[in-house]
Design a protein around this ligand. Structure first.
Ligand code: EPU
Length: 434
């Protein structure tokens, strides 16, 4: 497994360009299965989750052709099977989107689910299943999910989500795009990637209205056609670089962003004293000489995103005073705190609340990337710490950040990648989350 070796103490300066949004790409790629034609998808992030999903589509019979490293053509005219092999599907959380897409187009799907324990707790998909069942599918859950539209084609239905779920909203949208009749999703998630998926499907001939509000209406159509679409910039990648600039006390212009999508992150950064200036498609972040304590709570969009919580956890270790973070989405997303404590952080966790005693100087240590965002947070911690930090399990980071080390080094970070030989067994044991 690769390791990152970081020598801390180098403020970040310069410009950086954000890639396409991971959580939009991992939905839009499976959604290409709904299209009886060729989709050209631009601004695809070069990350391992995307590679895995494209391989899955190829195994199902799709033809994949890269026009540039971030521009791909997917031809799903001749899909040969609706059974997704376990080998790749169990490694990515987003493999659940294959169920909605295959059900929507072919009326059946067999997909293995990601195993293991994510963020230290269960991440159920009951709301996805509730939607499929309401639309006339029978669903059997185990290590594999078997789903079949009882009448061969999904039927429009009204679905009220008991929890605001990004995954369930997008999965139901996919299952409904080619359904017989209209589907309504109430209490839908409103994240930018929900709107992006709806825009993608609409540009291929779907009829989806209301994405970005809590009521989405999907009028089923008979067929989706060829088209081309560019994925939105990654809100969380942008936010991660914003925090990295603030934490190191640097000054970074972050380009290719939609500032509106960053409002929650920008607002909380400003509360710490960090300067954030918005431009049409860029933000400039200037670190403050002293950071102020803040309290924050993660919530569904437009609230503060849970995927930025660990990065802010690191930033607040550096702030003057005591900050409180409340995790409003997941039962347990504080595993990274143990790693930060190894670097000298003083953080108490009680359930969904972390109390951070700021004003501590972090020191280099051997730590782990517990998951994707926790891993990014440890990289930020390493960049501000005294001495050398070694981070293990960085494969998690590479699932969701395109050329992370290269981009940070271009801003002045001192990070080396130590490559180690990966054993077959080691690779098989990986559990991916995201
Ligand atoms: N939930 C249920 N039942 C469901 C679905 C969700 O109880 O059927 C609960 C979850 O346990 C959680 C909450 O609802 O407590 C929200 O989960 P959601 O379904 O919104 O999350 P997700 O679709 O599994 C996506 C992203 C995550 C991101 C969340 C929240 C992908 C592949 N993953 O997960 O991204 O944290 O939305 O915004 O899009 C990441 O990028 O690091 C990452 C973890």
């Amino acid at each position: 497994m690769n390791q990152y070796v970081i020598h801390g103490g180098h403020p970040l300066f310069g410009e950086i360009t954000v890639s396409g949004a991971k959580n939009a790409a991992v939905a839009i790629i499976p959604a290409a299965l709904l299209v009886d034609g060729v989709c050209r998808i631009e601004n695809i992030p070069q990350i391992s989750d995307v590679t895995a999903l494209l391989k899955i589509l190829e195994q199902l019979g799709a033809k994949i052709r890269f026009l540039t490293p971030s521009d791909v053509e997917i031809d799903c005219r001749h899909i040969t099977t609706t059974q997704v092999s376990q080998e790749l599907a169990h490694k990515i959380r987003a493999s659940y989107y294959l169920i909605g897409a295959l059900l929507g187009r072919f009326g059946e799907a067999e997909v293995s689910m990601p195993g293991g324990c994510n963020f230290g707790g269960v991440r159920p998909i009951d709301q996805h299943v509730k939607g499929f069942v309401a639309m006339g599918a029978e669903v059997h859950e185990g290590d594999f999910i078997f789903a079949r539209a009882k009448e061969g084609r999904m039927k429009g239905a009204s679905v009220y989500l008991d929890v605001v779920s990004v995954g369930a909203t997008m999965n139901i949208m996919m299952a409904a795009a080619l359904a017989d009749g209209m589907t309504t999703i109430e209490n839908a998630a409103k994240e930018p990637h929900i709107v992006d998926l709806a825009n993608f499907l609409n540009s291929m001939g779907a009829d989806i209205k209301g994405a970005g509000t809590d009521t989405i209406r999907i009028y089923g159509v008979d067929k989706l056609h060829s088209g081309s679409y560019a994925i939105i910039p990654d809100q969380i990648e942008a936010g991660t670089y914003m925090v990295a600039a603030a934490a190191t006390g640097g000054e970074v212009l972050i380009k290719n962003v939609i500032p509106k999508h960053l409002e929650g992150i920008s607002a909380k950064l400003r509360e710490t004293g960090t300067i954030v200036q918005e431009y049409e498609d860029a933000v400039l972040v200037k670190g403050a000489s002293t950071l102020r304590k803040i309290n924050l709570k993660t919530m569904p969009y437009p609230g503060f995103p849970t995927d930025m919580q660990p990065q802010f956890g690191v930033l607040l270790c550096l702030a003057n005073g005591t900050s409180v973070i409340t995790e409003g989405i997941y039962d347990n997303r504080f595993k990274y705190v143990n790693e930060l404590r190894k670097m000298g952080a003083e953080i108490q966790v009680d359930g969904r609340v972390a109390v951070i005693e700021g004003g501590r100087r972090l020191s280099g240590a051997l730590v782990q990337a517990c998951d994707l965002r926790a891993g990014a947070a440890m990289v930020i911690a390493g960049m501000v710490a005294n001495g050398t930090t070694e981070i293990e399990d960085v494969h998690y980071i590479e699932r969701g950040y395109e050329r992370f080390v290269e981009k940070l080094c271009a801003l002045g970070a001192d990070i080396r990648v130590d490559e180690e030989q990966e054993t077959e067994q080691g690779r098989d044991n990986l559990v991916y989350v995201g």
